[in-house]
Design a protein around this ligand. Structure first.
Ligand SMILES: NC(=O)C1=CN([C@@H]2O[C@H](COP(=O)(O)OP(=O)(O)OC[C@H]3O[C@@H](n4cnc5c(N)ncnc54)[C@H](OP(=O)(O)O)[C@@H]3O)[C@@H](O)[C@H]2O)[C@@H](O)CC1
Ligand SMILES: [K+]
Length: 499
């Protein structure tokens, strides 16, 4: 599903109004959707609407009137003077036939539900003064909160908390999700997110051309590789994972097994000779080859069928690792660079980026976590506030020429062409040793099958998150690969692929 920034949402609004639907009709639908959600949340008891001066407050007035018409006990607390309201919000307030309560936290009382209609997409500065005090009182009230469009205090486009924010149990947003419903910390404040249809036609998206989507199967349905009945293992690609030295071979083995599970036809572990016995003893379907240096690696890659590589897990931070990366890049192989392969370029990534950009048609994915990201992109790290995770990853992709995947509970994947996905399906127990190694292997498995980097990374992240949910709490990295077949089966069912 596409995700719209608040600016893109305003455009959707304007295009719809230009095509003949009055703005007030959109507000009526929005308010009714909020009332509907409120009815579902609490079947009885009083409801308090906290309304701001803008259209978010307008939605709140419509919801209040609708709920009162359905026989609910409703009151409205308004931030400003009623006769200072303007435009559609003023119209909506006219539909509320009762008095409004002054903007005083005491007025909240102890209702069954609070509807937060204070600020939505129009929030443009940190919350201070009376609104700040009210947000604190709403959160301290202990009553479930239904947020209109966004929890007040959350920046819709970046997901940042602007001073303070309402903690909602549920958020009703309109037409499409906004980045803040997926990015942290915003997502933590939203509770369950409902997307309501308010009469904006999907065709407006042809004009807006949104570049961001939630990382769901529909985002990459048509890139998903389905093995052909007449295919053979070589048609499914051959992934190569570079192993670390004797003391650190496990990470590469995790990646190798994951690449095989993800569907690569064959997987070879390129292992230092002195670690060969350890690697071979621990592997069965994954093949092992002795590779001690970049020259031998180049020889291995002389076989053109070996089409995708993983370098980084357990590789060691060294000039040797850098040479392996450059060898794979000059051999024009699809490539996942993770962990030590990223840190090996810390502080001086320009040669890496040049080499990535020089390669044509080669698919490269960088998979840093928040600790590794600033080593390659110091000036676009989160130490420089003001840019959202989405913007930072987009800038990193453009700078490096690679698809960049910044891990986290809200993993963002961006392509140098500007497209991005945000994932919200990772359970908290996925943060465990070795999970990142498995992810790089899964992505390489899809690259080996000929999937382009942006889609391979998005598919990989989604399957990785689903596998963690499938395995459940107590997960260790080894489990992820073992439950992948169950995730494949669900996906095949969803896509209607027979098996
Ligand atoms: N687009 C659509 O399709 C549809 C949109 N709809 C709804 O409209 C909502 C957006 O409405 P909106 O633009 O009127 O802004 P909103 O969030 O109500 O803020 C109001 C004003 O508050 C002010 N303000 C800002 N920050 C502040 C602060 N920290 N502390 C104090 N004041 C602050 C600022 O005004 P200022 O003070 O700068 O003049 C701002 O303009 C959207 O979320 C959705 O619910 C639906 O009706 C259906 C269709
Ligand atoms: K709100």
């Amino acid at each position: 599903m596409d995700v719209l920034t608040t600016t893109e949402m305003e455009r959707a609004d304007r295009l719809t109004i230009a095509a003949g639907t009055p703005g007030f009709a959109l507000m009526m639908s929005a308010g009714q959707a909020v009332a509907e959600a409120a009815m579902d949340l609490v079947e009885e008891g009083p409801i308090v609407v906290v309304a701001g001066r803008g259209n978010n407050g307008g939605d709140g007035f419509v919801a209040a009137a609708e709920l009162a018409a359905r026989g609910r006990e409703v009151s409205v607390i308004l931030l400003c003077e009623r006769d200072s309201l303007q435009g559609d919000a003023a119209l909506a307030a006219k539909g509320w036939k009762y008095p409004v309560l002054p903007f005083n936290p005491q007025a909240l009382g102890k209702p069954a539900l609070i509807i937060d209609a204070l600020f939505g997409a129009g929030l443009n500065r940190p919350v201070k003064g009376d609104p700040l005090e009210m947000i604190g009182a709403i959160n301290a009230n202990g009553t479930p909160v239904l947020a209109v469009d966004l929890p007040s205090g959350i920046n819709g486009t970046t997901g940042a908390v602007m001073g303070a924010a309402v903690q909602a149990a549920e958020t009703v947003t309109f037409f499409r999700k906004k980045p803040a419903h997926l990015l942290l910390p915003g997502r933590m404040y939203c509770g369950r997110v409902r997307v309501a249809d308010i009469g904006i036609a999907a065709q407006v998206l042809d004009e807006i051309k949104p570049l961001t989507a939630e990382n769901l199967p529909e985002a990459w349905r048509w890139s998903f590789p389905v093995p052909r009945i007449d295919g053979h293992k070589y048609a499914r690609g051959h992934a190569v994972v570079v192993s670390g030295d004797l003391a650190s071979t496990g990470a590469a083995r995790l990646a190798a097994r994951a690449a095989l599970r993800a569907g690569a036809g064959l997987v070879t572990l390129a292992s230092p000779r002195d670690a060969l016995a350890v690697n071979a003893a621990a592997l069965t379907a994954v093949m092992v080859r002795a590779v001690d240096n970049p020259i031998q690696f180049a020889e291995l890659l002389g076989d053109k069928r070996l089409n995708a590589c993983v370098i980084g897990p357990g590789a060691g931070v060294s000039a040797r690792t850098r040479d392996f990366v450059h060898t794979a890049l000059s051999a024009q192989r699809h490539l996942v660079l993770d962990a030590d392969a990223l840190t090996s370029f810390a502080g001086a990534p320009d040669r890496l980026f040049e080499a990535i950009k020089a390669s044509d048609g080669q698919q490269v994915v960088l998979t840093p976590h928040e600790g590794e990201f600033p080593r390659l992109f110091s000036d676009i790290s989160n130490k420089h506030p003001g840019r959202s995770k989405l913007e930072r990853v987009r800038a990193a992709a453009e700078r490096s020429g690679a698809v960049v995947l910044l891990k986290g509970a809200d993993t963002v994947i961006a392509s140098p062409d500007g497209r991005a996905t945000v994932a919200a399906n990772a359970p908290p127990w996925l943060a465990t040793a070795g999970a990142g190694d498995v992810l790089s292997g899964i992505i390489a498995g899809f690259l080996a099958q000929g999937v382009a980097a942006f889609e391979a990374a998005s598919i990989g992240v989604w399957m990785h998150g689903e596998s963690a949910s499938e395995a459940g709490p107590g997960l260790i990295a080894e489990d992820l690969t073992e439950v992948l077949p169950a995730v494949f089966r669900r996906l095949y069912d969803e896509f209607g692929i027979e098996y």
